[in-house]
Design a protein around this ligand. Structure first.
Ligand code: HEC
Ligand code: HEC
Ligand code: HEC
Ligand code: HEC
Length: 473
């Protein structure tokens, strides 16, 4: 895909938005006695709770549209130039989207153009769904309010004197301004589109129609090389915190999705169980390499559907590594039980929904614990050891999903020490190359079929015993 601009950044655009901002100042302020419009603790993202104003409201040169890319005050420009979300609407016009739309309609159905289909717009251009007049202005992908909250209430308030003295809870509760500095909340916002939620879904129908599978991991996406961020992380422990929080918050989102689907299983024509929650290569055998498949598995029937292979890959280890604070929640046992229900053809959706709700509550408790983050060394030693534990036969049961999640944790730990120590060859880089999907003559092959498990095993062994220089905490 090219990086063509949809509209050009001109002084006229700047002027128009300045006028909008000025007219917004005249709207009446909220009183602090109004009921909260947004409750962070309730665990949802509620885009419709407050009304949005559209991205143009944020872009004035004196607000976020000035300066140079990467500097404070130029957030809109940075987003416009280097944020993948800016293209999210444009891709709905491309050939892949046309194919998806055609496949979804089937041979006899009426094709709904992707850029008009609410199923797609909800994630690719939410403003076009929630703000009626945004359909008139060309929708512009995932804009400011998709992550910072609908600005109807906070738009004019957040630059007034006194705003900064409000707590994050007040800014959220009274104005609907999302507390993105809270990493757990932030990942939940990302996950509402990148994992899915009760309103937005990339299910197996969409995947079979041609949509990429969603497999989100917060630190990998945060560090995606083409993603130019419009803020700087100032917390020196950001990497370890972000990895751990990301693992928990994404797993929570995946369990919430399981619960939503279980709740709907009886009342609607939705397919149940939803295939996209299971390891793809349990069914798509022809895509999986024989060497992964030939490995005997003790906990999973060969050919059985494996639930949650992506989002739960590291959690049992993480909960154990966390020790006392998390132990009483007994997350590994509860997850194991939920997994066995989700993998059982006879389990009742109602039971699954109840168990899923319990696990969600426990994840919320876990997220609310203010622990010191695990040290990068603990993460990297622990995860590589976890991959090799003979007791749990981890690597033998581990397929591409689990191996890749373990790799991503190791990579986050490496970022966290900002290690300049290089070994040659570097097992972490080799592991990444080993896990990467191959590119064939006709483009990328969407399968790990050429991945060599023996090589993966060897690299985890090398990573468990790093060179002394890499061992510094
Ligand atoms: C639950 C949210 C969600 C829904 C619903 C959704 N998408 Fe997506 N879509 C995404 C995300 C997230 C990505 C990026 C995937 C990645 O790279 O991890 C994506 C990627 C894509 C891509 C690949 C874009 C690229 O840059 O290569 C296309 C094409 C696409 N979506 C089209 C559609 C169409 C058409 C629909 C409706 C039928 C749709 N999407 C519905 C979230 C969604
Ligand atoms: C994909 C999600 C996302 C989108 C879209 C997004 N932001 Fe942000 N933004 C964040 C995150 C995460 C932070 C960091 C947390 C924080 O500082 O509050 C942030 C931080 C900021 C900050 C604080 C910068 C600083 O130096 O601390 C401003 C201002 C901002 N965003 C403005 C915007 C504007 C304007 C837009 C639209 C052009 C926008 N954001 C779009 C996620 C997003
Ligand atoms: C409103 C929905 C939405 C939210 C919220 C959201 N994203 Fe996205 N994101 C998308 C869609 C849709 C795409 C696909 C865009 C495309 O391919 O053009 C995408 C693409 C991306 C990409 C590029 C992926 C690739 O394969 O190139 C990154 C990185 C990313 N998002 C990170 C994040 C992070 C981090 C957050 C949270 C701070 C976040 N996103 C929040 C919808 C969202
Ligand atoms: C329980 C078995 C099962 C699981 C798990 C499963 N699929 Fe499928 N998949 C099927 C079947 C059966 C079809 C053919 C019918 C259809 O299109 O729905 C199919 C079709 C597809 C297609 C269309 C291409 C084709 O050959 O027809 C794609 C792409 C696909 N699946 C990808 C995935 C991905 C990615 C995952 C993991 C997120 C996944 N599947 C998980 C059974 C499964």
């Amino acid at each position: 895909m090219g990086s063509r601009h949809i509209i050009r950044w001109t002084p006229a655009v700047g002027l128009a938005v300045t006028l909008m901002v000025i007219s917004n100042v005249l709207s009446s302020p909220r009183t602090s006695t109004s009921p909260p419009i947004f409750d962070v603790a309730d665990g949802r993202i509620q885009p419709k709770q407050a009304h949005g104003i559209g991205h143009l409201g944020c872009n004035a040169a004196s607000c976020h549209g000035g300066g140079n890319v990467g500097e404070p005050g130029s957030e809109s420009l940075t987003w416009f130039e280097g944020d993948p979300h800016r293209k999210a609407y444009a891709v709905l016009h491309n050939a892949q989207s046309k194919t998806i739309a055609k496949n979804l309609a089937g041979p006899h159905g009426t094709v709904i153009a992707a850029h008009r289909d609410e199923r797609c717009l909800k994630c690719h251009a939410p403003d076009a769904v929630t703000i009626p007049d945004q359909r008139l202005i060309s929708p512009i992908g995932v804009g400011c309010e998709s992550c910072h909250g609908p600005a109807g209430e906070w738009g004019t308030a957040h630059y007034q004197p006194g705003w900064k003295s409000l707590s994050a809870k007040q800014q959220a509760g009274e104005y609907g301004f999302y507390p993105l500095k809270d990493l757990g909340f932030r990942v939940r916002v990302c996950a509402s589109c990148h994992v899915g939620d009760e309103n937005r879904d990339v299910n197996h129908d969409l995947i079979a129609a041609g949509h990429p599978r969603l497999a989100f991991e917060y630190t990998a996406y945060h560090h995606q090389p083409d993603y130019q961020k419009h803020w700087k992380e100032r917390d020196p422990q950001f990497e370890s915190k972000a990895w751990e929080t990301g693992q928990i918050a994404c797993a929570r989102a995946a369990v919430a999705l399981l619960k939503t689907r279980a709740d709907r299983a009886e009342t609607s024509a939705n397919t149940w169980p939803e295939l996209s929650e299971y390891a793809c290569f349990s069914c798509h055998k022809e895509l999986a390499t024989p060497s992964w498949k030939n490995v005997t598995s003790t906990t999973h029937r060969l050919g059985g559907m494996r639930w949650g292979s992506w989002y739960n890959a590291t959690l049992p280890w993480l909960a154990d590594a966390r020790g006392d604070g998390v132990k009483p929640l007994d997350i590994p046992a509860k997850l194991k039980h939920l997994t066995s229900l989700a993998e059982s053809p006879t389990a009742n959706p109602k039971t699954i929904s109840l168990r899923a709700a319990e696990v969600m509550t426990d994840f919320d408790r876990w997220l609310s614990l203010t622990n010191e983050p695990l040290s990068p060394r603990a993460i990297s030693f622990g995860l590589s050891a976890n991959a090799l534990t003979p007791d749990h036969l981890k690597l033998r049961n581990m397929e591409w999903d689990e191996a890749t999640q373990h790799y991503l944790g190791l990579a986050a730990a490496r970022y966290a020490v900002h290690s300049t120590a290089k070994t040659n060859p570097d097992p972490l880089i080799e592991l990444r190359q080993t896990l990467r999907f191959p590119v064939g003559p006709a483009g990328r092959i969407d399968s790990p079929r050429d991945t060599d498990p023996a090589r993966v095993l060897k690299l985890f062994q090398d990573l468990q015993h790093p060179t002394p220089r890499e061992q510094r905490p």
